[in-house]
Design a protein around this ligand. Structure first.
Ligand SMILES: [Zn+2]
Length: 208
């Protein structure tokens, strides 16, 4: 190969290199930008489905709740109230100042049966005819899921539990009060104000 030929070849090669777009070329960036905007547009076009608000709810106020209140009991709530020596009927009535109907779902009952002899008192309590039994028709036997799905479908219950995780889950459902066992009494959260703040001893006329 002569020097002339070599030079010509070199020139061609240089030319080839020069034709390639650099990574930081504005034209490549423009193409990427266009792609990104298309992607964003597609994302914006997607319909977001928010859960529909219940017809009985006005903000957080649930007009379905009125006495007699239906209490959805959890296994650990029953065990705790036995441990604290609290009568469920009496304590719930003292807490809400109204008649309450404790309800036990099949899943909770099954869980109580599975707990064994250490919790046989809870099982015996669950067999009380004053407790309302709720039959389940869903898949699975996990009590937390059972209670959560029930509450989502029908906003007419007060959930009774001492379980932190279940409480956290129920708090995300608007309009569902939570009752739990505190020291020596039941406490309830997220009920409409007029139930929550009624003083047991009336102070009316004692101001002066
Ligand atoms: Zn169930």
């Amino acid at each position: 190969m002569g020097t002339k030929q070599r030079k010509a070849q070199r020139k061609r090669q240089v030319g080839l290199h020069a034709k390639r777009l650099s990574e930081h070329d504005s034209r490549t960036k423009a193409a990427a930008k266009a792609k990104a905007t298309i992607k964003k547009k597609k994302k914006d076009d997607q319909v977001k489905e928010a859960p529909k608000a219940h017809s009985s709810l006005f903000f957080q106020f649930n007009s379905n709740l009125k006495p007699p209140y239906q209490l959805l009991l959890d296994t650990n709530f029953i065990n705790m109230s036995i441990q604290m020596k609290l009568d469920i009927f009496k304590s719930a009535m003292e807490c809400l100042l109204a008649k309450c109907v404790p309800c036990i779902t099949d899943c909770v009952y099954g869980e109580l049966e599975k707990l064994g002899t250490r919790h046989r008192l809870a099982l015996r309590l669950a067999k009380d005819p004053r407790f309302q039994r709720l039959t389940c028709q869903h898949k699975g036997i996990y009590a937390d899921d059972c209670i959560h799905s029930r509450v989502e479908a029908h906003r007419c219950y007060i959930v009774c539990t001492n379980d932190k995780d279940l409480k956290r889950r129920i708090r995300k459902v608007p309009g569902v009060p939570i009752m739990s066992v505190a020291r020596g009494m039941f406490k309830v959260e997220r009920v409409p104000e007029q139930i929550d703040k009624v003083p047991i001893k009336s102070n009316w006329g004692k101001d002066k």
